[in-house]
Design a protein around this ligand. Structure first.
Ligand code: P53
Length: 477
């Protein structure tokens, strides 16, 4: 038996444009960073090509063709009782190259129609402006966010969207999982976050601090402009909340976990508090990175703090000081060790519902702002039975346990939580691996890793379960 949540709690589901829309080159859309990523697997990283090359499998090009199925799909979300639907606006539908003088009307129209369709069912759109979808032209021409000019391109995109949808969208987020790039050696994360090739950087860590700074300025400027356009807007940041636990009670492990959390949290520290935390200022200085941070930037960061914190929660990680030296730590990943108390998914992500309660309390203590769980879930293989049923009890079990912890955080710990949108409410292309068979959905989509299938939509057992959860406002789990 679950506990009740506030009356206006935003139950829903989350997706991102590039992972479901397809129609990658229709109606004037330009090439995005997601369009140059091939399919990978649990063990094989996605290849990022210089432009779209012949003979490669780019799974985001067609994805699940939501672009042509959106009415049917929104209807299914409505049937589950969604109060909100989180998606992103593909930057390249609005500004195909990123530096275009005028926006593309066909792209703007697509989202007008999509938001109208949501409102028809009383579903509130929750919109991420930049979810791993930067125009690829900005990568080639400007080096993405390693270049200060990209701030203006983003702000122009953001204000175009704010103006156009000011009466249709209230909840916004600027950059998806902006803190992922703390893993600055990972070519996928630096490309999706900031639009640059890590192997072309002289010093990957210095490049990340520079790009992230420009992105934080862009985010703050968007918040400031957004509030002028509609003071009722709620504009949040979005981080991948990853609890890093000390592996033992050895004080070295405790200190290390604290440091790792600092290296991960400084993005949201800036977005929530309006200034760089001391430990990071010092870290940048003693490593000699010298990013271009002007006095004016610092004022903008102060003035453009966010209203709420949107975050994804998938897994926690343990860190051990036996593997690294705290004061020489750069690459967080090198400190990570398995947690013997936790099981993992088929993709090796820990399953840790209590980590969600920890995250909700941690973020509340640190920022004193409303929270919004905008992603949570478990990638899994599903099996379609002969009669078309999909018995995904493992998914129900995962989500139930996380919702239980979320309800404790709200009811026992007093966390101010706006809503809950599990990831990939309809099966879509995995961001990390490009697979279709790594599934999160309540709705099954007939398509596999090789790109074969009819794209037919089917309801899984979890569809009916989640419908019941929403109907009972979280009581009937
Ligand atoms: P997938 C890890 C790696 C890549 C993207 O991930 C990630 C994460 C988790 O922090 O972030 C989010 O598809 C992201 C979504 C993504 C989802 O996690 O690799 O915001 O776009 O699909 C799940 O299983």
């Amino acid at each position: 038996m679950g506990m009740k949540l506030p009356k206006d709690f935003l139950w829903g589901g989350a997706v991102a444009a590039h992972q479901l829309e397809g129609a990658w080159n229709e109606d004037g859309k330009g090439v995005s960073v997601a369009d140059v990523m091939t399919v990978g697997s649990a063990t094989q990283p996605r290849e990022i090509t210089h432009g779209v090359l012949p003979g490669k499998n780019y799974p985001n090009h067609e994805a699940i063709d939501f672009y042509h199925h959106c009415k049917e799909d929104i209807k299914l979300m409505a049937e589950m009782g969604f109060k909100c639907f989180r998606t992103s606006i593909a930057w390249t539908r609005i500004f195909p190259n990123g530096d275009d003088a005028e926006p593309n009307e066909a792209g703007l129209k697509f989202y007008d129609d999509l938001f109208d369709e949501c409102h028809k069912y009383g579903i509130e759109p929750v919109i991420t402006l930049s979810h791993f979808e930067m125009p690829y032209h900005l990568v080639e021409e400007y080096g993405g966010f390693t270049n200060r000019k990209t701030i203006d391109f983003f702000v122009k995109f953001a204000t175009t969207c704010f103006n156009r949808y000011k009466d249709k969208v209230k909840y916004w987020m600027t950059f998806n999982e902006i803190d992922n790039q703390s893993e600055f050696n990972n070519p996928f994360l630096t490309m999706t976050n900031s639009g640059y090739f890590v192997d072309e950087q002289e010093n990957p860590e210095a490049a990340m601090f520079q790009a992230a700074h420009y992105e934080l300025v862009a985010s703050a400027l968007a918040v400031k402009e957004g509030k002028k356009i509609n003071p009722d807007f709620q504009i949040g940041c979005m981080i991948a909340c990853t609890p890093y636990y000390p592996n033992t009670s050895d004080p070295d492990d405790i200190l290390l976990a604290q440091r790792v959390n600092q290296l991960r949290c400084w993005f949201s520290d800036v977005q929530c508090n309006g200034e760089y935390p001391k430990a990071i200022e010092k870290y940048i200085e003693r490593n000699g990175f010298r990013p271009d941070i002007t006095a004016e930037d610092r004022i903008v960061l102060k003035e453009g703090t966010v209203d709420y914190i949107g975050f994804s929660y998938y897994a926690s990680r343990n860190v051990s000081a036996s593997k690294v030296k705290i004061d020489d730590l750069h690459d967080i990943d090198q400190a990570v060790v398995p947690n013997k108390y936790l099981k993992t998914t088929d993709w090796g992500w820990t399953i840790d519902p209590k980590g969600l309660r920890w995250s909700l309390n941690f973020l509340t203590d640190r920022y004193h702002k409303p929270l919004f769980i905008v992603e949570n879930g478990m990638g899994a293989f599903d099996k379609v039975e002969a009669d078309g049923a999909i018995h995904d009890s493992y998914r129900i079990d995962y989500l139930r346990k996380h919702i239980e912890q979320m309800e404790k955080a709200v009811n026992l710990d007093g966390v101010d939580l706006m809503g809950y949108t599990p990831w990939g409410c309809i099966d879509l292309v995995s961001a990390g691996t490009g697979q279709m068979d790594k599934r999160y959905g309540f709705i099954y989509v007939d398509k596999n890793d090789q790109g074969e299938g009819t794209l037919k939509r089917m309801k899984k057992d979890s569809f009916y379960w989640y419908q019941k959860v929403i109907k009972s406002n979280g009581e009937d789990l």
